[in-house]
Design a protein around this ligand. Structure first.
Ligand code: PLP
Length: 310
């Protein structure tokens, strides 16, 4: 079902997002060793998040996740997100792949300029290197489409998925185009990878996403949340803007009060994540109702009122 509903040709199932990215990294490194004369470097971006295993923290462009654990896995080079020039400068004969989130989630709901992913795709084709998209946070309908790459109008060579893939049952997947599928039996494996429980749950979630109006709901509720959050700017000095895609949205704050707002919102019954000191991330369920969006924004508004008055 994943292959039938994506541009990728092959899939390997594992048990989490980090594991999916581990597999993607191994696959790209093997491909580079075979096709780039031994080159195995992967260009990643500052503020990215790719998981908490040793290779995926090494691929993560946030020092706090990476640095407490001694020497990182070699072979990762970091550039600023949404900066084509730095990608060009960082690409060498050693480069095998560029690894990106279509929108950086944990790093602050960072939405790149509209042609960034297209430019990266063109660059990868010109240079003969792979594009790995980490759709663990942006995929499975979060963007309002099944995959965020569809919105960008590009095709990755390797893609990873997890999080909502089986609706809460642990699963991860790495997908690849045929030309990048260089694993042979024995290269990779996992005892529980592809187990019947997780894949049955995943198949059910996929059917509901494709048939049940969930994507249309995510798109409509995303637009509603965008509008409501943007409206807060008119009434609150603490709000400086709003950004995101679909139901992955960030509320920009004019000072570092995100933790205070998140704590007070939790007390009032709403979970939001202060992913940056001045940014709150909203990731409601894709099935969220219109009234629940209004209720959530009303809670944020009350919290902002009380912080602004103190
Ligand atoms: N990649 C991205 C973009 C993520 O947002 C996450 C989790 O937040 C991961 C990878 C890691 O996934 P997991 O927590 O399932 O290992």
């Amino acid at each position: 079902m994943l292959i039938a509903n994506s541009v990728l040709d092959r899939v390997f199932f594992c048990n989490s997002g980090a594991e999916a990215n581990e597999a993607a990294i191994k696959l790209a490194r093997k491909w580079g060793i075979q096709n780039r004369d031994g080159g195995y470097e992967i260009i990643s971006t500052n503020n990215s998040f790719h998981g908490r295993t040793l290779a995926t923290v090494s691929a993560t462009g946030t020092a706090a996740y990476r640095e407490p654990f001694g020497p990182p896995t070699p072979g990762f080079v970091f550039v600023d997100y949404d900066n084509m020039e730095q990608i060009r400068e960082a690409t060498t004969p050693q480069t095998a792949a560029i690894m990106l989130e279509p929108v950086q989630g944990e790093g602050g709901v960072n939405v790149p300029t509209s042609d960034y992913l297209q430019q990266v795709r063109v660059w990868c084709d010109e240079q003969g290197i792979l594009l790995i998209l980490d759709e663990i946070q942006t995929g499975m309908g979060r963007s309002g489409m099944l995959w965020a790459y569809e919105q960008a109008g590009i095709e990755p060579d390797i893609m990873t998925s997890a999080k909502g893939l089986a609706g809460g049952v642990p699963i991860g997947a790495v997908l690849a185009k045929e030309h990048a599928s260089v694993f042979v039996p024995g290269d990779h494996g996992s005892t529980f990878g592809g187990n019947p429980l997780a894949t049955a749950a995943g198949a059910h979630v996929m059917r509901r996403l494709l048939e049940g109006g969930v994507l249309a709901n995510a798109k409509a509720r995303g637009a509603q949340l965008q509008q409501r959050l943007a409206g807060l700017q008119d009434r609150h000095v603490l709000v400086s803007g709003e950004r995101g895609i679909g139901l992955l949205r960030g509320l920009e704050l004019s000072s570092d009060v995100a933790v205070d707002v998140a704590n007070a919102a939790r007390e009032a019954g709403l979970l939001v994540n202060p992913v940056r000191p001045d940014l709150l991330r909203f990731m409601p369920p894709l099935t969220v109702a219109a009234a629940e969006i209004d209720q959530a924004v009303a809670i944020v508004e009350e919290v902002l009122d009380s912080i602004e008055q103190n």
